[in-house]
Design a protein around this ligand. Structure first.
Ligand code: F3S
Length: 389
C-alpha cells in the first residue's frame, strides 16, 4: 500500500505510540485487502464499548491508547453495558460499573463523543451522500451505506478506532464503486411494519450472507430500513444493500443476469417461528437498533391512557438525543418500564437477572441466545405492549 511521507513518519513512530499503533493496524488491514492507499474520512463510529464484550483486555488496551492518542475526526460511540446514569436501577454491579466508566473515560480522553448509541445518524453524526467514513456497528454502517449513500466498510472496533485517530482508512471493499453494485435481486412481497422488515432482513441475510442485495417492491420508512439493515447484518453479514427508488446508487444498478430470490409471507412466518425459542418473557426490550424519535412517540401513543398489569420488566432502549426530544412521551413510557440510554438488551449483562426476553428486533433475536443466554420471544411492538397492559 502506498504511504505518503507523512504517513511513513507516523508509521516510524514520529507522532507518538498511539498513532504508530493505529498506522500499523491500518497498514496491516490495507495489505491484506490490497488497498492502494489511505483515504481521508469525515467521521468514525466505534464499537467495542461494553465491558461485557471487551473485558479486561479491551479496557487495558483503551487505557493504553488514551495515554497519547487523540481522534482526528468526529467520532461517536456504540452502546455500553449500562445506562451511564441509571446503572444501579438496572441491577448492574458496582464492579462492572466502575470498569465500564473507565472505558468511557478512556474514549473521552481520546476526544470521542460519549453519548453511546447505535443510531448515531439520528443523533447528530449523519454523514452526507458520498462521504468516506469508517464505521463499526453493523446496523449503522449498513444504514449509512445503503440509505444515506455514504461509504464505509464493515469495520471492527480496533480498525474504526485506528481510522479515527489517523482520520484515514484503507481504500478497499465498499470504498470502491465496483464492490457497491448489487449482486442479487430480492423480489419481496411483504406487508409492512418494523417486525415484517426485521423478518425480511432475517430471511435475506441468511440467504445471501455477505452479498449486496437489490430490493424491489418495498418502500420502507426510515425505522423499517434501520431494522432491515440490522437484521441482515446479524443473520448474514450484509453491509450494503439497494432499495429501488430509495438507495442513492440504486438508479445506476445493472440487474441483468443477477440471481433473483422471492421472499413472501410464509418465509417471514417461518423466520419468526425459528427465532422464537421461549414463551414467557421476564424482560420485554424494544430499541434494537435504538428507538428513533418517531418510535418513541408511537410507543407512547400506544400506551397512553392504559396501565401496566404485569410484573414483567420493560426496557425502551434509545439515545439521549431522542429522550431529550420527547420528554412527555418518555414520561408515559416510564410508567411501563425504563427508558434507558447508552445501552441495549444485548450488550448489557441481562443474563444476571433475566432468562427470557421478548423483542421485535431480529438482530436482538439472533444475539440474545448466544451473548445473553436468553430464550427469545419474537413479536411486534404492538403485541409486546399488549403483554404488559
Ligand atoms: Fe444497537 Fe444493541 Fe441492537 S447496539 S443494533 S441495540 S444489539
Amino acid at each position: 500500500m502506498f504511504l505518503t511521507r507523512d504517513e511513513e513518519a507516523i508509521l516510524n513512530g514520529e507522532r507518538g505510540c498511539g498513532a504508530q499503533r493505529a498506522m500499523e493496524l491500518l497498514v496491516a488491514i490495507g495489505t491484506v485487502y490490497e488497498a492502494e492507499c489511505l483515504l481521508p474520512i469525515r467521521s468514525a463510529h466505534l464499537s467495542g464499548v461494553s465491558y461485557k464484550t471487551i473485558g479486561e483486555g479491551g479496557l487495558d488496551f483503551l487505557a493504553d491508547m488514551a495515554s497519547d492518542a487523540r481522534v482526528a475526526v468526529r467520532t461517536t460511540l456504540n452502546p455500553a453495558g449500562m445506562d451511564l446514569a441509571r446503572w444501579e436501577e438496572m441491577g448492574v454491579s458496582k464492579r462492572f460499573a466502575d470498569r465500564q466508566l473507565e472505558i468511557i473515560d478512556s474514549y473521552s480522553k481520546m476526544g470521542v463523543e460519549t453519548n453511546c448509541t447505535c443510531t448515531p445518524y439520528l443523533a447528530g453524526n449523519l454523514p452526507r451522500k458520498g462521504d468516506t467514513v469508517a464505521w463499526a456497528e453493523s446496523s449503522a454502517l449498513s444504514y449509512v451505506n445503503s440509505i444515506v449513500g455514504a461509504r464505509t466498510n464493515r469495520e471492527g472496533g480496533p480498525g474504526a478506532l485506528a481510522a479515527s485517530i489517523l482520520g484515514k482508512t484503507p481504500a478497499y471493499g465498499l470504498h470502491l464503486d465496483s464492490n457497491r453494485k448489487p449482486t442479487v435481486v430480492i423480489e419481496a412481497e411483504i406487508g409492512g411494519g418494523v417486525l415484517d422488515y426485521a423478518l425480511l432482513g432475517q430471511v435475506v441475510g441468511k440467504k445471501v450472507a455477505n452479498a449486496v442485495p437489490y430490493f424491489r417492491k418495498i418502500r420502507p420508512n426510515p425505522d423499517e430500513a434501520k431494522t432491515l439493515a440490522a437484521a441482515m447484518a446479524a443473520s448474514g453479514s450484509v453491509a450494503m444493500f439497494h432499495i429501488e427508488g430509495m438507495t442513492p446508487e440504486a438508479n445506476d444498478a445493472d440487474l441483468k443476469g443477477l440471481e433473483r430470490i422471492g421472499v413472501g409471507r410464509k418465509d417471514l412466518t417461518d423466520a419468526r417461528e425459528s427465532l422464537s425459542t421461549g414463551r414467557e418473557p421476564d424482560l420485554i426490550a424494544l430499541g434494537c437498533p435504538h428507538l428513533s424519535e418517531a418510535e418513541v412517540r408511537e410507543l407512547a401513543s400506544m400506551l397512553k391512557g392504559r396501565s401496566k398489569k404485569t410484573e414483567i420488566d420493560v426496557w425502551f432502549c434509545t439515545s439521549k438525543a431522542m429522550m431529550e426530544r420527547c420528554p412527555r412521551e418518555v414520561e408515559v413510557l416510564e410508567r411501563f418500564g425504563r427508558v434507558l440510554c447508552d445501552t441495549c438488551m444485548v450488550v448489557a449483562p441481562i443474563e444476571d437477572h433475566y432468562s427470557c426476553t421478548a423483542t421485535n428486533s431480529a438482530k436482538a433475536c439472533n444475539y440474545l441466545p448466544t451473548l445473553c443466554s436468553q430464550k427469545v420471544v419474537c413479536a411486534s411492538a404492538a403485541e409486546l405492549m399488549e403483554m404488559v397492559t
